[in-house]
Every structure is written in C-alpha cells, then in structure tokens.
Design a protein around this ligand. Sequence first.
Ligand SMILES: Cc1ncc(COP(=O)(O)O)c(C=O)c1O
Length: 454
Amino acid sequence: MVRSNSMPEAWAKSLDLHLDLSGTRVRSALESALRDAIRDGRLHPGTRLPSSRALAADLGIARNTVAEVYSQLVAAGWLTAQTGAGTSVAAQAAAAGPAGSARTAAARQLRYDLRPGEPDVSSFPRREWLAAARKALAAAPDHVLGYGDPRGLPELRTALAEYLARARGVVTDPDRVLICSGYAAGLAAVSRALRASGARTVAVEEYGHRLHRDIITAQGLDLRLLPIDDRGAQAGDADAAVLTPAHQFPLGMTLDPRRRRAFTDRGAIVIEDDYDGEFRYDRQPVGAMQALAPDRVVYAGTASKSLAPGVRLAWLVVPPQLADGITAELTGGPSAIDQLTLAGFITHGEYDRHIRRVRLAYRRRRDRLVTALLGLGLELTGISAGLHAVVNIRTTQLSRLEARARDHGLALDTLAVYAARAVPDRSGLVIGYGHPPEHAYTTALARLCAVLAP
Ligand SMILES: Cc1ncc(COP(=O)(O)O)c(C=O)c1O
C-alpha cells in the first residue's frame, strides 16, 4: 500500500500542512512524517494536533495506529499530552530524537561564532534608523519612488561625498559616487566594466574572500595573486588590482605608503576595498589610498560593517572615465527609501554618532581578546583595527584545536579558509570579535581560551 495523503481538511485549513505517508508501513510513515514536520518547523512548538480519532478518520487509517504514534512521539519528547488539553508539539521538540540530536549538535557547534564577517548586528541603531526612515519617507517627493538615477539617489551621493572626504580623505564629488547593494555587487559591476573596456587580468591579494575572487573570474577575468608580507601586498603585473590597504583582510596589516605608490604609479586601475576603514583603534585612521590617484583608484565602501550587512548599502567612488561604464553594469540597486534614510542618517550626524559608539565597543572587545590571549602566551597579529584579528598557530596544532572548538560549541575560521594558495609558514586562526552580542561575548571568549589553552 502506498499512500500520499494531505492533512485532514479542517486541520489543513488552519495549518496548511501536508503529511506524506508513503511506504508500506503506515505507522512508521506517520511517525516520521510528523517528526519531519516538527523538525522542519512546519509544526511549531505548542501547535495542538488533532485527536487520534479525527486524524485516523481523515487519513483512513486505524485510530490505534495514530494513538500509538502519538504515544511514541510523546515518549521521545517530540509531543506532549495533557488530559483535557490534547496532544501538542513539545516546546523543545526540534531537539528530540536522533535527527534532532544532530541538529542540536549543529546548533551547539554554532552557538558561539567567532568567525570574521559580521558586526554586532544587535547594536544596529534601530530607533534612530526608524526615525530617519520615517522622516525621509514623509519628506520625499513622489518621483523618488520611481526608477530614478541608476547611479543612486543624489541625496545619498551628496551625503556620502561629504562624509567620505571628511572621514576617509577621499577626493570626490557626488557625480563620482555610485550606490550599490553591497561591495560584492559593486565589485561585479566594476569587473564587468573593466572586462568590457579590454582588461584581461586582475591581481588580488593572496589572502581574501573566495567569493570576491569568484566574482572577478565570473566576469571572464584572470586572477594574478599578489604575495603579502609585513608591509602588505607587493605590486604585480595585471590590468587592475583589488586591495584592502587600510586593513588587509584577513591578515590585518596596512599597506605600506611606498607600496601604495608602487600600485598607483603602475597606471593600472586599483579597486580599494575600504570595508572597515572607520574602525581603527590605535591612532587616526590612515586615509584612503584613493586620494593618491583619484583618476586610477575605484574606492569602495560598505555599510555591512559600520551598520549591518542586511542593510545592503554600499558605495563606489569612481574615476570619471569609468563612471559611465560602471554605471551601465550596476543592476538592482538598493531601495530608494533605504538610500534616503542613510542620506538623512549621515547628514544629521547619526552615522558618525553610531560609528563612535560601536568603535568604542569593538575596541573594548579587542582589548579583552588581547588580554585573554596574552594570558595564554598568545598574541594577535596585525594593527589594532577592524572586527577581526589573526593569531598565528602552527598547522600541526590546528586540527586538534578545530576539534576542540567544535566540542566547545565554538565556530572558528582558520587562515586557510581565505588563502588563494598555500603559503608556507602562514597558519592560524582568524578571530572575528564583532559578534556575538555583548551578553554572549564573555562566554565566547572563555570558550576560546579553553580551546586554545595548552
Ligand atoms: C574584505 C571585505 N570586503 C568587503 C566586505 C563587504 O561586503 P558586502 O558589502 O558585499 O557585504 C566585507 C564584509 O564582510 C569584507 O570582509
């Protein structure tokens, strides 16, 4: 017998749930269909199930079969049964049973995430952002809600031109600012424009995000890898180069001033990924490399670290001769309402206030990390900046540490995750201290110390 039944009518109407009872053993098919529905989240904790009589009638199976399945799932912790209240999905149901254990193990594994990438999204300035959004939308003329300028709204381009000149030393005017929905989207547009203008090769630092390398090659460009030493990346032959001069990602050094010159003097286009330029803790941030050669450097900034990745707002400041070509390749920019909101946020000083606040919080987190590691005789490498740092650890010790981290429910990245090629004598962990939220950071640090303890 092969059955494939929908849930009973009345129940399906309110829950819109489909149970697939396929196979010859109805009892086990019903049991696993219910377990799957709970595990997948289609049946939420607390959801009341139909009586065994009603379900049996609707499925055309024996009532006893349903009753046995219910008792079995109650015994295993998936369901709860209370006299008079019927049978419901248990509060911790998704964690029950063998499949649930695997899920719990995975959740435990990621419970404390010290991988680099995200800022503390719990510190997103919701109230201020909401107020700015309300104000921006109330004041916006209707035409703002049309398709608009593919470069982005002039309000945001003007606000960013002023902010970037002031805070990062970028040489620009609003006409050279382009808005995109994330650095990755901007990089794709620049890569396409470069390819269309005849470029064939792009140099990237030998450590960086694989996603970014993939974006470049997906546009038909060949990669050249730039070796990195204490002074940052070494210039090499290519039609363009993508660099993280303020804070190499992930190794953490700044690009030496002579190296900066070496890149800009070559005449090739440089794409400057200034992903965390606002977060420098030891002294005044080194200004953007773009100021050295505004006609050859594409400056790229993003709100992914300063506000939150979910905001999906980023910006490019482009050399005039590339502006049209890159604009033509920009697709699907961010919402006009979000652009207006960020414009107001910047011009009313909220952005600066937020940066100052989170900069202090991240600086404290970094200090705590430094102190904790010093207690173990370990040191962070790289400048005091950003939301991540590297601790050098020998390759031979890494797999043991990775296993220990898993046991402690700690997600960690090794340097190898970001390597475009194996580099002898470079191995370690890349620790992201921008998250978890403040209340969980203490435990995350304690677990890190337990993992790294000799
Ligand atoms: C090196 C680097 N560049 C850029 C970004 C920003 O990427 P996006 O704006 O696409 O979120 C990140 C984000 O984590 C990053 O680590």
